[in-house]
Design a protein around this ligand. Sequence first.
Ligand code: GNR
Ligand code: NI
Length: 174
Amino acid sequence: MAKLTILEFPDPRLRRRATDVESVDDTLRQLIDDMFETMYDAPGIGLAATQVDVHRRLLVADVSSEKDDPWALINPVILERDGVEVTEEGCLSVPGFYEEVERSGHIQVRFLDREGAEVEAEFTGLLAVCVQHEIDHLDGKLFVDYLSEAKRQRIRRRLVKDQRQRQHDAAAAL
Ligand code: GNR
Ligand code: NI
């Protein structure tokens, strides 16, 4: 098992559009396990491969409080959506910022599971919101894209400043 490094906004690699997973094999299952470890450790309720600089259509999620409801979705496609859910969202790639975002409250999704079997499932509430947030990552989209340019600019400046400070601290510690 290995904890992976999470890219942070405004890293341009978060803007890449992920391509389909071609084969569900042991290498992919190892990546899924590492993504779960990284997500639980963060802690977060979801993680897209894009966030760990792997540009393949793969996401993990677990919105349960007991951390006992892990979902791994490979090549997910939203077939149907319905209703509206407004959630205060955060993102491991946008640390420290939380803003309300409007998404669908119910989604029907087709994907491959970790054995490569085709699955159709209906997600509601926070899990539906989380899966939409993760699929956005696979398309190079972030929750800050739903905010005003002014808010996004403020978040970008703050994070760039924090990232420079960390770089500086790390160099000084050598
Ligand atoms: O941990 C996370 N919490 C969260 C809360 C509301 C809506 C979406 C999320 S996903 C986020 C983890 C993350 O950044 N996934 O990409
Ligand atoms: Ni995110």
